[in-house]
Design a protein around this ligand. Structure first.
Ligand code: ATP
Ligand code: MG
Length: 230
């Protein structure tokens, strides 16, 4: 490993960093955050909704609506924090830039843990400056239905290559250094996606029980995900 660690002299608990479009946030996201917080002894989980680029290549719900829904969903959990830094940008932010800004704000010795569903991890090696991620945060991969371990184990070998032995870790290792380790966790398998929820609403059907009622109320009040005009 080439990372230089400063250790964790203040014995800080890791902070979970959970980015996504959250279009809309659903119980798959919330269980991931809850179960990873518990299993990895995270101090808190920071939900970071992605911004909306001014010239959109595909329709996407306005960042302020997606942020509002994350705020509603996270409101009653003291271990959930909503972080607006990407929403405030007039462009999409690279994860590496978001982690750099968190690192500057939270200090060199604070363990950070990037939370990813298995599908997100599969695309990691196409991310901007992805090799730098390990110098900035640990990575924790949560299982996701539809993405069996057999598929992402290959991605793991491709990404880690000869570093696999040194980077693969257990949850209790995450507070021994601020960044650079990788853990995988099974979580309750919930085959829920925001795509399916959007499609359900656009088809005029009800997606209740897949997401919090208060989020669904917000969607209905603001008339989000209406059927496309013909
Ligand atoms: P979309 O269908 O629009 O891509 P999504 O449901 O995949 O939405 P995202 O906002 O793309 O939600 O995902 C944010 C993060 O949450 C990603 O790391 C993704 O892997 C993870 N995630 C989303 N849903 C689940 C789920 N049901 N189980 C495990 N991880 C999930
Ligand atoms: Mg997704």
């Amino acid at each position: 490993m080439t990372d230089t660690y400063v250790g964790n002299p203040r014995n800080l608990q890791p902070i979970g960093i959970f980015g996504g479009t959250f279009d809309p946030i659903h119980f798959g996201h919330l269980r991931l955050a809850e179960e990873m917080a518990e299993a990895l002894a995270l101090d808190h989980v920071r939900f970071i909704p992605a911004g909306t680029p001014p010239h959109r290549s595909r329709p996407r719900t306005d960042a302020l609506h997606r942020l509002a829904m994350v705020n509603i969903a996270a409101a009653d959990n003291p271990r959930f924090v909503v972080d607006q830094r990407e929403v405030a940008l007039p462009r999409l932010s690279y994860t590496v830039d978001t982690l750099r800004s968190l690192r500057t704000e939270l200090g060199e010795d604070q363990p950070l843990c990037l939370l990813l569903g298995a599908d997100a991890f599969l695309g990691l090696s196409s991310w901007h400056c992805w090799q730098e991620l390990f110098g900035l945060a640990h990575i924790a991969i949560a299982h996701r239905p539809g993405f069996p371990q057999s598929t992402w184990k290959d991605a793991m070998l491709d990404i880690l290559r000869d570093e696999i032995e040194t980077r693969m870790a257990n949850p209790e290792d995450l507070n021994t250094c601020p960044a650079g380790l990788i853990v995988t966790r099974p979580i309750t398998a919930l085959d829920i996606s925001a795509t399916h929820i959007r499609d359900t609403l656009r088809a005029g059907r009800n997606p209740r029980y897949l997401l919090p009622d208060a989020v669904l109320d917000y969607i209905q009040t603001h008339q989000l995900y209406l059927p496309e005009p013909a």
